[in-house]
Ligand binder design. Structure first.
Ligand SMILES: Nc1ncnc2c1ncn2[C@@H]1O[C@H](COP(=O)(O)OP(=O)(O)O)[C@@H](O)[C@H]1O
Ligand SMILES: [Mg+2]
Length: 218
């Protein structure tokens, strides 16, 4: 669940996010799109509570899990990274690694992974925990199409299991189409379009939207 009213984030005199309202029921899914600098990460961080709004209110269901835009590894092996801060559950961790095709790397140092492998590990580290609200900042940005499909499958299975609300940002139309029932497009920190991904992609309602959709990576 998410309830947002009159949300603003300003740095000095520059407003980088200005969102009058956003409401999601428990279990709903939302994809965020928009050019670099349009405010996607800012919105996700405000929802995650890692950034304080300049004005407005944010209400979310807890617990919240948040995947930052930049993936990182903790010290130790891939498996140890997934089990960090968790009691037992080794089999569940191995199953998750299997799901994301990282099982054969379980004993490898996490710091030695490739960008796409590290991103999938970061997803595993999150999905081993339950939550009510899952926030993912470009979760497939480092993945090849096949790896991205694995992430989407794992997300679908996790949502099925937990009934969590999901918000993710992406530059990939396929991710928005497959993972979300709703797409919010930000333009200079403001909502430009909000609707079903299929509808927005097929019938962009303005010249700006037409240009945006045409430039979106397929
Ligand atoms: N700490 C900061 N100080 C000043 N400007 C910032 C800061 N953090 C982000 N911004 C600016 O806010 C805007 C939105 O950034 P961001 O939310 O990261 O965009 P996106 O994720 O859509 O690429 C950008 O222009 C960025 O430069
Ligand atoms: Mg960002």
């Amino acid at each position: 669940m998410i309830e947002v009213y009159d949300l603003k984030k300003t740095y000095r005199d520059r407003t980088v996010l200005d969102l009058p309202a956003l409401s999601l029921r428990q279990g709903e899914t939302l994809a965020l799109a928009g050019a670099n600098g349009s405010g996607k990460t800012t919105l996700l961080r405000l929802l995650a509570g890692t950034l304080k709004p300049t004005a407005g209110t944010v209400k979310t269901a807890a617990p919240v899990l948040y995947l930052p835009q930049k993936s990182y590894a903790f010290r130790g092996t891939v498996l140890q990274n997934v089990l960090l801060g968790i009691n037992g559950r080794k089999q569940q961790a191995l199953d998750l690694l299997e799901q994301l095709e990282l099982r054969s790397l379980a004993g490898k140092k996490a710091s030695s992974l490739s960008g796409g492998e590290l991103q999938r590990l970061s997803v595993c580290r999150l999905l081993i925990r339950p939550c009510r609200l899952l926030l993912l900042d470009e979760p497939t940005s480092a993945c090849d199409p096949q790896s991205a499909a694995l992430v989407l499958q794992a997300l679908a299975a996790y949502r099925e299991k937990t009934g969590c609300t999901l918000v993710l940002s992406t530059h990939t139309p396929r991710v928005a189409l497959e993972a979300a029932e709703r797409l919010l497009i930000l333009r200079d920190g403001k909502p430009e379009a909000d609707g079903a991904p299929q509808t927005l992609l097929q019938s962009p309602g303005s010249d700006w939207m037409r240009a945006f959709v045409a430039g979106w990576r397929i």
